[in-house]
Design a protein around this ligand. Structure first.
Ligand code: FBP
Length: 486
């Protein structure tokens, strides 16, 4: 698969024209009719030859949380840029775009940043672009710098920005999205099955969790309670679970389906510890996504300012009650879950629950961990590097093809690698909680084959220990193992 990505990246530039039609319901009046193209753009010999396209001044901006491969997206564009084109990097995210913070990027930069993790070469932020005043400022910046195409490298919120920007800049500047996020929750299978950054982050976390499991088996005295990044969707935890087979794991979407409350989760983790204790294994690894707190009713109350229900649970098992901590929201309304030490709350609750309910279990030593930010700045894996280079090149080809309001996709079904442009409007939905139209987050679905495999296998993981030889690492996302389904 990596060879196929590289082959596509190295192939000559080509134009894109409308291909397969999509079944898209247009929300009336959200974006102008001209941008509501219900077609996927595919490579085409019949498109305008790219050599005859007038010079382009392209702006590019990173938006939202960093993800490994961002620098390769820049390299993917720079590698193919014609001498008559220019690439301007806006610094410090959409906020920096509003302030016109920028630097000119040149092919010489490739040797500095190719294969290098993080977003630090340009910087990023989470400014939400939604007001008329903001659109006017962006429009002035774009016009004063004579930018004809703006490439937004971002996740669901950033591509929501991109869609509304393409409307505001209509007729003056084309806008193209590039799908990034370690969370893996921006998708439109089969045209966009995965974002760049997801593979690297999950490989990184899998290694860390496996290292804890190895240490646990060697010393036979600790239980590691691991929270993994992944704010709304649990794709990261699911992918890591498939690689490492933790003794206990629970996903946010699983909790939604089962209707579990806080004590159901604590009971499940404690019962796994009890089972292993009876097998003379007073050690192991527990994994859960940070987004779990967004679906457990007692934590939901906590997030909206009421600590009462959570404290009632804690008191009922003899754990100390918590004092209310303030929850920070970003400009898009997302709570900052990294600051909320849920891994510590879960650790303390398990300890109390074991003491309260399992008198035969003694001396269980629990340790809490949070793996998140390091995975966002890791150097990209071979898959992510090749994928991000191709996404960058495809964004440039779409720019040459004169399309706007699209996000770059790549169809991996039928064992192939087919870059495409997807209309952003196809991914839009109305979010009742936020009362607005946004690009839809793709949660783990209970009908996903990787979720079903997880549900079938997880009871076998209770008794497992890591072994020598270790299991092989996945060269590309595990979900691709399910072939044409994706
Ligand atoms: P994006 O959706 O912007 O890619 O960011 C995802 C993420 O890494 C989440 O996993 C995490 O909850 C969040 O960013 C942390 O954000 P911040 O950088 O604001 O602390």
């Amino acid at each position: 698969m990596i060879d196929a990505l590289i082959q596509q990246f190295e192939s000559p530039l080509c134009g894109f024209s409308t291909g397969a039609a999509l079944d898209v319901v247009h929300p009336a009046g959200v974006v102008r009719d001209e941008l509501m193209q219900p077609h996927v753009y595919s490579k085409s010999e019949h498109a305008t030859p790219v050599q005859s396209v007038p010079p382009l001044r392209i702006g590019v901006v990173f938006s939202g949380g960093p993800a490994p491969g961002g620098h390769d997206v820049l390299c993917g564009i720079l590698n193919h840029l014609r001498p008559e084109d220019a690439l301007i990097g806006f610094c410090n995210g959409p906020g920096g775009l509003l302030r016109s913070e920028h630097k000119v990027l040149t092919p010489d930069d490739i040797q500095l940043i190719e294969g290098v993790g993080g977003f630090d070469f340009l910087g990023t932020d989470r400014t939400k672009l939604s007001t008329t005043d903001q659109f006017n400022v962006v429009s002035d910046v774009i016009e004063s710098m004579n930018i004809s195409v703006l490439i937004v490298v971002g996740g669901d919120d950033s591509n929501t920005n991109a869609l509304f920007l393409s409307d505001a800049l209509f007729g003056r500047c084309h806008v193209i999205g590039v799908p990034k996020t370690i969370d893996g929750d921006l998708g439109y299978p089969p045209y966009l099955p995965v974002t760049f950054g997801f593979h690297t982050a999950t490989q990184h976390y899998s290694r860390l969790v496996q290292q804890l499991a190895i240490d646990a088996v060697a010393t036979k005295k600790y239980w590691h309670v691991v929270k993994l990044m992944g704010r709304s969707a649990s794709h990261v935890a699911l992918e890591v679970a498939h690689q490492v087979c933790p003794n206990a794991c629970v996903l946010a979407e699983e909790i939604m389906v089962s209707g579990w409350h806080f004590l159901d989760v604590i009971n499940y983790f404690s019962s796994v510890i009890h089972d292993r204790f009876l097998q003379k294994k007073p050690y192991g690894v527990i994994v859960f996504p940070e987004g779990m707190v967004g679906v457990i009713p007692e934590f939901q109350s906590f997030l909206s300012g009421d600590i009462g229900p959570l404290n009632e649970c804690l008191l009922s098992i003899g754990a100390s009650p918590l004092s209310m901590a303030s929850v920070i929201l970003d400009a898009h309304g997302n709570p900052n879950l990294s600051m909320l030490q849920s891994e510590k709350i879960i650790q303390d609750a398990i300890a109390a629950y074991l003491a309260h309910h399992y008198s035969d279990v003694s001396n269980v030593q629990l340790m809490a961990h949070f793996f998140g930010y390091t995975g966002r700045s890791e150097d990209p894996t071979a898959f992510d590097s090749a994928y991000a280079l191709l996404l960058g090149k495809t964004a440039y080809e779409l720019a040459l093809s004169g399309v706007s309001s699209v996000i770059v996709g790549c169809d991996f079904s039928n064992q192939g690698v087919q870059p495409v442009g997807l209309p952003l409007i196809a991914m839009l939905h109305f979010d009742d909680a936020r009362s607005m139209h946004v690009i839809q987050k793709q949660l783990v679905s209970t009908s996903d084959p990787d979720y079903q495999a997880y549900v079938q296998q997880k009871s076998d993981w209770v008794t497992l220990d890591v072994r020598v030889p270790r299991s092989a690492w996945f060269e590309y996302p595990y979900r691709f193992r399910f072939g044409d389904e994706w």
